[in-house]
Design a protein around this ligand. Structure first.
Ligand SMILES: NC(=O)c1ccc[n+]([C@@H]2O[C@H](COP(=O)([O-])OP(=O)(O)OC[C@H]3O[C@@H](n4cnc5c(N)ncnc54)[C@H](O)[C@@H]3O)[C@@H](O)[C@H]2O)c1
Length: 250
C-alpha cells in the first residue's frame, strides 16, 4: 500500500513515461491529483494516468516542441521529471565512441535539454519542481566485481552510463543553485538496481550485494519523486537522493 502524496492540480511532465520507472512516477503523481503529460519515443498507451506525447527526447527541436505542446494543452508545467534513458553494458575498453555518444545523447544531453526548456515557464510562474533520475552507478564505480567474476560487467551498466548519470547529478546541483531564488527546486533521485526491462539480465550475484536483499521496485522510486514534487517540499533542493536498499551509502 502506498501513501497518497498531495499534488492536487499540479501539471507534471514525465519523460520516459512509457517505461517502468517513468510509468510508475506518472501513476503515483496522477493518484496525488496531478495532471500528467507522459512523453516517450512512442506515445505511452493507454495514458490512463494522463495525456501521452511522442518525441525523441535527445533531439533539441522535438524537446522544445514537446514543451510548447504541453504548455499549450495544460497552461503551465509545475513539475518536470526526467526518467527517459537507455542502458549500456560491457567492459570499459570495449566502449566505442559511437556508443558513448548514443548513451550521452539521451541520458545527459536529453536531460539538459528538458531542464533548460522548462526554466522560462517555471521562472515566469515563480514556482517549479524538477526531479532528474540519476543512478547509483554515477557514484560507486559500477556494481560488477571483476576480481571475483569478470563476466558480471557484460550484464551490468558501464562507464558510459555512469559518466552520463554523474553529469546529471552535477547539472542538478548547478541548476538548483541558479533557480532556488525563483521558487524552483531541482533534485535528483539516484536509484539502485530496480526490477525493470533495463535490468532483466542483472546478475543474481550482484543482487546479493544489496543490503536489503532484493532489487527495488519502481513504486519505491516514484514515492520519493512525488514527494520532491509536492508543494510540501519547498526547502529540499540540490540533493541527490539515493533509493538503493543500502547498496551505496554516502
Ligand atoms: N532500472 C534500473 O535499475 C535503474 C536504476 C537507476 C536508474 N535508472 C534510470 O531510470 C530511468 C528509467 O529507467 P527504467 O528502468 O524505467 O527503464 P525503461 O527502459 O523501462 O524506461 C526508459 C524509457 O525511456 C524511453 N527513452 C529512451 N530513449 C528515449 C528517447 N531518445 N526519447 C524518448 N524516450 C526515450 C524508453 O522508450 C523507455 O520507455 C532511466 O533514466 C534509467 O537510466 C534505472
Amino acid at each position: 500500500m502506498t501513501t497518497r502524496i498531495a499534488l492536487d492540480g499540479m501539471v507534471a511532465l514525465v519523460t520516459g513515461g512509457g517505461g517502468m520507472i517513468g510509468g510508475a512516477i506518472a501513476r503515483r503523481m496522477a493518484e496525488g491529483g496531478a495532471h500528467v503529460a507522459l512523453a516517450d519515443r512512442e506515445a505511452p498507451t493507454p495514458a490512463a494516468q494522463g495525456r501521452a506525447y511522442a518525441a525523441d527526447l535527445s533531439d533539441a527541436a522535438q524537446l522544445r516542441a514537446l514543451v510548447d505542446r504541453v504548455l499549450a494543452d495544460f497552461g503551465r508545467i509545475d513539475c518536470l521529471v526526467t526518467a527517459a534513458g537507455i542502458t549500456s553494458t560491457g567492459a570499459f575498453e570495449n566502449i566505442t565512441a559511437e556508443e558513448w555518444d548514443r548513451v550521452h545523447a539521451i541520458n545527459l544531453r536529453g536531460v539538459f535539454l528538458a531542464n533548460q526548456a522548462v526554466i522560462a515557464p517555471m521562472k515566469a510562474a515563480g514556482f517549479g519542481r524538477i526531479v532528474n533520475i540519476g543512478s547509483v552507478l554515477a557514484k560507486n564505480g559500477g556494481n560488477p566485481r571483476p576480481w571475483l567474476d569478470a563476466g558480471e560487467q557484460a550484464r551490468a551498466g558501464n562507464a558510459a552510463y555512469g559518466a552520463a548519470k554523474a553529469g546529471v547529478h552535477a547539472m542538478t546541483l548547478y541548476l538548483a543553485k541558479e533557480l532556488a531564488v525563483h521558487g524552483i527546486t531541482v533534485n535528483a533521485v539516484a536509484p539502485g538496481p530496480i526490477a525493470s526491462p533495463m535490468t532483466t539480465s542483472f546478475p543474481a550475484a550482484l543482487v546479493r550485494q544489496i543490503p536489503a536483499g532484493r532489487m527495488g521496485n519502481a513504486d519505491e522510486v516514484a514515492g520519493m519523486v512525488a514527494w520532491l514534487c509536492s508543494r510540501e517540499n519547498a526547502f529540499v533542493t540540490g540533493e541527490i537522493i539515493d533509493v538503493n536498499g543500502g547498496l551505496w551509502m554516502d
